[in-house]
Design a protein around this ligand. Structure first.
Ligand code: TSJ
Length: 656
């Protein structure tokens, strides 16, 4: 097998210095995001080996010195000497940009890291890299380093020595340890939750492969987790539906290959109203959907309408049911693997290849038709059909209610917007709207704001939990209606970004359980009814300080317990105030700490991890009571928002 691999397959293009010059071009950014991309690049290589059937375990270790070790138990990177280049395969992979069959074809056929650039880029942006290969009973090792020479010129990712054979071993596989360069990256801190979630996702997408994460960075023991799912995406769907009431016990599976495109789908309906399709191409989440999703939806609609007619649920005279009717309460995971993927869309997370539509549609039509024809599936088929018929009826009723609500809305527009203190500036691209918890904080915010570009919408009570509500009920809710009116875009199918009145919609709630609940309710609403607003990065969470530290005339604010410890270390004779709510701050303080763009910290809500927002949303908002309790106690630190958002607005310390 290893003989088939010829090192000359590897294409060689340009040097690593280029990567150093413009890191952003290769890994997106030099912030936390780029740092994570480095890890995904390396992990992708190990996952490929597993996906090809040569490895069944991939482990990631976050080391104390901020280096990262990734290991698999596969065949090991080829150690043979490259014909033309005269160095080992390992060295080619690590020193030649765009090296790897990836850009040819064959061995890396289905890989497709976000930037698809691989190990050499990681090497170029690391202080040091150590590669160990365990192959055919022998251990090999090579180290690379980025250093300045005596004249101060940077040399990126140079091998310290040729590949060495170390001796005999019983191990098999590849182990890579790299230390990202702290002069390139703004931070070397990988987020445990982010890494853990991605590994879990990969475990679902690669059935039977064991993923192990070890975090050895903290003093006092490591934090370890392991993921392995024998059911693959079937387990994924079961997990997503875990807290819901399902219409049938086992997810329906669609699997097949067409024109070289591998298609795998697992789907299961619950008794809710929302549609949740999580799609992937080559293990990459396609948050904005794309051609593969289009193919799946089209197949489901056609096959189910056929079924409804054949079984007499729809009569000749009836119109066909709409696709969305068959997707009410649907949870599905769609995974395709193909070559030459093309991404489109605002965040480049929509699959553009039309051949993916054809392939998915064809495989899904075929398998779903078979499934429905099988008599032992009759009860599943009928419950799907019934659900769709009901959805259709309710939709008709809702449409009428909505028209009524629209009329009503026109009448009540004035008093509704009356709650909003709008800003004077007319440039939507510069304007911000704060949705503020409570009237008293709302009052402070109104007085403290810069009225030229900041609008304030105070919320009286808790907004409606939309998770189990239909559109007409949402529109009947006054708090939500004032938000919808203020934002201007409309919701659901009527959503139109062109009418957005504020570039930033900022949720400002207290740093307590109630505040977290309000925030979750609002995010649920945005997620369900204004998803584009999140996708295009218009939804933010404002972060008020938790503490005021006053010593004489000098006042400092701490936004976390860590920061409090840092600021009070060695400080004597100070007065500490813990803010229990926004309302305790006077207008000047609120402006200074939370609203002033120069000082504040905002967290941008992103959909990158839609599956987890979805999970949080359904766990917290769903109708089954017990899982919700569990979630709250398991995540006692309710105010930790970094599980699904990204911090932005680098804060220039208000303290100095
Ligand atoms: F690329 C890398 F250095 F980032 C990296 C590669 C990192 C890690 C953690 C693992 C790997 C890797 C590569 N694991 N397994 C492989 N396999 C190969 O490179 C390989 C081995 C044998 C053959 C063959 O045809 O015999 C082909 C390939 C691509």
């Amino acid at each position: 097998m290893s003989g088939e691999y010829t090192v000359k397959d590897i294409k060689v293009m340009e040097g690593l210095e280029a990567v150093r010059m413009r890191p952003g071009m290769y890994i997106g950014s030099t912030g936390a995001r780029g740092l994570h991309h480095m890890l995904w690049e390396i992990v992708d290589n190990a996952v490929d080996e597993a996906a090809n059937g040569y490895a069944d375990c991939v482990s990631v270790t976050l080391n104390k010195d901020m280096s990262v070790t990734v290991e698999d138990n596969g065949r090991g990177i080829p150690v043979g000497i490259h014909e033309k280049l005269g160095v080992s395969g390992v060295e080619v992979v690590y020193t030649k940009l765009h090296a790897g069959g990836k850009f040819g074809e064959s061995s890396y056929a289905f890989s497709g890291g976000l930037h698809g650039v691989g190990a050499s880029v990681v090497n170029a942006l690391s202080k040091s890299v150590k590669v160990e290969v365990f192959q055919n009973g022998r251990a090999y090792m090579q180290e690379f380093a980025s250093e300045r020479d005596s004249e101060g010129k940077m040399h990126s990712g140079r091998p310290k020595a040729p590949l060495q054979e170390l001796g005999r071993t019983r191990k098999q596989g590849t182990r890579v340890t790299y230390l990202p360069d702290d002069t390139v990256f703004e931070t070397l801190e990988l987020n445990y939750e982010t890494v853990s979630r991605r590994l879990r996702e990969l475990a679902y997408l690669n059935r039977g492969v064991r993923f192990v994460l070890t975090d050895s960075r903290k003093h006092g023991g490591s934090q370890d987790v392991e993921y392995c799912y024998q059911g693959g995406i079937i387990d994924f769907v079961k997990g997503l539906n875990a807290e819901k009431t399902v219409l049938y016990d086992e997810p329906i599976v669609v699997k097949g290959t067409k024109d070289g495109i591998h298609v795998e789908i697992a789907m299961q309906h619950n008794d809710g109203y929302t549609e949740n399709i999580f799609s992937y191409v080559n293990n990459i989440p396609t948050t904005e959907g794309g051609m593969h999703e289009v193919g799946f939806k089209s197949a489901l609609t056609k096959v189910m309408n056929d079924y409804c007619r054949r079984s007499g649920i729809l009569k000749d005279k009836d119109l066909s049911l709409a696709g969305e009717d068959f997707r009410e309460g649907l949870t599905a995971v769609l995974s395709v693997k193909m070559t030459n993927i093309q991404f489109e869309g605002q965040t480049k997370t929509r699959l553009g290849n039309t051949e993916a539509k054809t392939a998915v549609e064809s495989v899904a039509m075929d398998r779903l038709t078979h499934f429905l024809e099988d008599l032992k599936n009759a009860s599943v088929a009928n419950s799907m059909a019934d659900k769709a018929v009901k959805a259709n009826k309710v939709k008709e009723a809702a449409r009428k209610a909505k028209n009524m609500a629209r009329e009503k809305n026109k009448l009540e527009n004035a008093p509704l917007v009356g709650k909003l203190s709008s800003c004077t500036g007319r440039n939507a691209a510069e304007n911000e709207m704060f949705i503020v918890e409570g009237d008293s904080a709302g009052g402070s915010a109104k007085q403290g704001r810069d009225r030229r570009f900041q609008a304030i919408l105070p919320l009286r009570g808790k907004p409606l939990n939309v998770e189990k509500k239909r559109l007409d009920q949402v529109l009947a809710n006054e708090e939500l209606r004032s938000i919808i009116t203020a934002i201007g875009t409309g919701i659901g199918n009527d959503f139109n970004m062109a009418n957005l009145k504020y570039d930033k919609v900022i949720i400002l709630s207290d740093a307590d359980q109630d505040g977290a609940h309000i925030r979750a309710l609002l995010l649920t609403f945005f997620y369900r009814y204004m998803k584009e607003l999140i996708i295009e990065g218009h939804v933010y969470i404002g972060l008020p300080p938790l503490y005021k530290i006053q010593k004489g005339d000098e006042i400092k604010y701490a936004y976390s317990d860590d920061e409090l410890n840092r600021l009070t270390k060695g400080l004597k004779g100070y007065v500490l105030q813990r803010y229990k709510g926004l309302g305790e701050m006077n207008p000047e303080q609120l402006w200074e700490t939370t609203m002033n763009p120069l000082n504040r910290t905002l967290i941008k809500v992103s959909l990158e991890d839609a599956a987890n927002i979805e999970r949080m949303v359904t766990v917290l908002m769903g109708n089954k009571v017990d899982p919700r309790k569990e979630y709250i106690s398991a995540h006692a630190d309710f105010n930790k928002t970094d599980t699904f958002e990204e911090r932005i607005d680098k804060r220039e310390k208000p303290n100095g």
